[in-house]
Design a protein around this ligand. Structure first.
Ligand SMILES: Cc1cc2nc3c(=O)[nH]c(=O)nc-3n(C[C@H](O)[C@H](O)[C@H](O)COP(=O)(O)OP(=O)(O)OC[C@H]3O[C@@H](n4cnc5c(N)ncnc54)[C@H](O)[C@@H]3O)c2cc1C
Length: 508
């Protein structure tokens, strides 16, 4: 039996690993003694989209969060287990007055877990206060007016951290388990970004004051994008920095840039802020339809490709061994660093879906594990869009050879990631199979292409066209559009293309 007077305000940290701009923490601290809690849930780490690199990044964030909370008076408490079991145990031992957290637009697993936690809290009369943080609206009746809600959330004042937290006696801090105890395989990622508030603040400051000027020009190429893009994605995904903090800091610098900054910097900041808006726009799709991780947005396209993908093709794509140099270089770079730019993510997904005709669920899971910044709400709608199963977006069947010639004209990126192609002369690097002496390399140290790109693209186009001619396709498309489509075009007139369409066109 819990004690008569429940005592603790439990702040459950999930994807919001910071003390600044943390409304649940601030409000809980005003209500009573705070137990700051992180639960390492084996069920989460056993999910197919979880990986060792996610865990390593998280561990770094938690280490800093623990320091920050300790400086306030009560260090982070870490518990291992099912969330309901952990909360029950705390309630039994100490008594919980209220549970506080940010809303989470997570995967299907976390959605089900949150429903169980909500049921558990309700049954015990414990209020669970979930506050927004991602510009996403829960139980949104319609997309109309969504942008105004986003604006209201983003421009509301940032709350400071509590001045102090009263230490809770008799509570052991606990520690994270080793990844192997959660069933995670070793996941070496030598170029991975570091987690934690310090790295997040440094990335934001460096971007706003310096790199934003190179943003627009540098973002399309994998050679320049790592330095030109903000690199804030993993920090936003796990929350050592909040979206609202980033939006407000960007706006402050935009105001400065308007009066004194060079044109490139101004344009860079404007383009960046637009992407922060897209972030929430995409997450809203998953919030509105949590099963998008498992089901195509357009029902007629759900079984477009075989559910069990061709294992040989999938393995070749996943390892960066398709025999298409630029594509393979992108995949190997991603494996080694945990990040690649938007255009190359779109290309990796599109080639897998069209040329290799692989089901988006399998390829999307592979990318989810590789991205340090895995954010289900962005990831699954993007995966669906780039593989043509939303039904509402134009098809983009990239030619990876052309992408390579456009964005790595001298082949420097390919040479960095595919050292086995060293003997191939520059002129043939993008299509080594055309080199008369290709046999000395192909099938020895590097594969011949696993598909004929032109023929595969043609076949994919025909299959897509056929699927789109099916009876009832248009009616279902209209429903998808009403539910998930951007309203920007409608608001600003036809001349301006909607957020979704601009992303596919990649005219960034
Ligand atoms: C198939 C596919 C899967 C993706 N999966 C993820 C994912 O799991 N997590 C993730 O954060 N991004 C994902 N993206 C979107 C995008 O590629 C990354 O956000 C971006 O490359 C991250 O680098 P950055 O922080 O330097 O981005 P910047 O260009 O500096 O953008 C700043 C922020 O805006 C948001 N953003 C940027 N581009 C987009 C976009 N196209 N759609 C939605 N939000 C955007 C991100 O939060 C990003 O951190 C995916 C894109 C594709 C095509």
């Amino acid at each position: 039996m819990p004690p008569r007077r429940p005592l603790l305000q439990v702040v459950w940290f999930k994807r919001d690993l910071r003390v600044c701009a943390h409304s649940p923490l601030a409000r809980a601290a005003a209500a009573g003694p705070v137990l700051p809690l992180y639960i390492a849930e084996p069920g989460h780490w056993r999910s197919e989209d979880a990986s060792g690199r996610h865990f390593d990044f998280l561990a770094e964030c938690l280490a800093e969060l623990r320091e920050e909370l300790a400086a306030l008076g009560q260090p982070l408490v870490i518990r291992i287990g099912d969330a309901v079991d952990v909360l029950s145990e705390i309630h039994r031992a100490q008594g919980i007055a209220a549970l506080w957290s940010h809303e989470e637009t997570g995967n299907l697993w976390s959605y089900a877990r949150d429903r169980r936690v909500a049921g558990w809290a309700r049954a015990r009369g414990i209020p669970w206060h979930e506050l927004p943080q991602a510009g996403v609206v829960r139980r949104l009746p319609s997309r109309d007016g969504w942008a105004d809600c986003w604006e209201a959330e983003m421009s509301s004042p940032l709350v400071p951290p509590p001045r102090a937290l009263a230490p809770i006696c008799a509570i052991a801090p606990g520690s994270l388990p080793a990844p192997v105890e959660l069933g995670l395989a070793p996941d070496p990622c030598p170029g991975r970004q570091r987690g934690g508030r310090r790295a997040a603040e440094a990335a934001l400051a460096a971007f706003l004051t310096d790199r934003a000027g190179r943003y627009r020009r540098g973002m399309p190429s994998p050679l320049t994008a790592p330095d030109a893009c903000s690199r804030l994605s993993p920090h936003l995904a796990l929350g050592p920095l909040s979206l609202r903090e980033v939006v407000q800091a960007t706006r402050a610098d935009r105001a400065r840039a308007e009066s004194e900054g060079p044109q490139g910097w101004r344009a860079g900041l404007a383009a960046f802020e637009e992407r922060l808006h897209w972030r929430s726009h995409f997450m809203q799709k998953l919030e509105d339809a949590p099963d998008l991780e498992a089901r195509a947005m357009h029902p007629a396209l759900d079984d477009l490709r075989p559910r069990t993908p061709d294992a040989t093709r999938l393995a070749a794509w996943a390892r960066g061994e398709t025999g298409i140099p630029f594509l393979d270089a992108c995949m190997r770079s991603l494996i080694a660093t945990g990040w690649i730019n938007f255009r190359m993510r779109a290309m990796l997904m599109a080639v897998a879906s069209y040329h290799l005709w692989l089901d988006w669920r399998a390829t999307g899971l592979h990318l989810a594990r590789l991205f340090t910044d895995y954010e289900p709400g962005i990831h699954w709608p993007q995966v669906q869009m780039q593989s043509g199963v939303t039904g509402i977006n134009a098809l983009r069947i990239y030619n990876p050879v052309k992408q390579g010639r456009d964005h790595d004209p001298e082949g420097r990126f390919i040479r960095r990631w595919l050292p086995e192609l060293a003997p191939i002369p520059d002129a043939f690097l993008h299509e080594p199979w055309l080199w008369p002496e290709a046999r000395s390399v192909l099938e020895r140290s590097y594969p011949a292409p696993i598909v004929d790109l032109a023929a595969a693209a043609r076949a994919a186009k025909e299959r897509m066209a056929e699927a789109r001619r099916a009876k009832g396709f248009r009616e279902a498309k209209a429903e998808v559009l009403a539910r998930h489509g951007s309203r920007r075009r409608a608001r600003r007139g036809r001349a301006r293309r909607s957020g979704d369409r601009r992303q596919l066109a990649l005219d960034l």
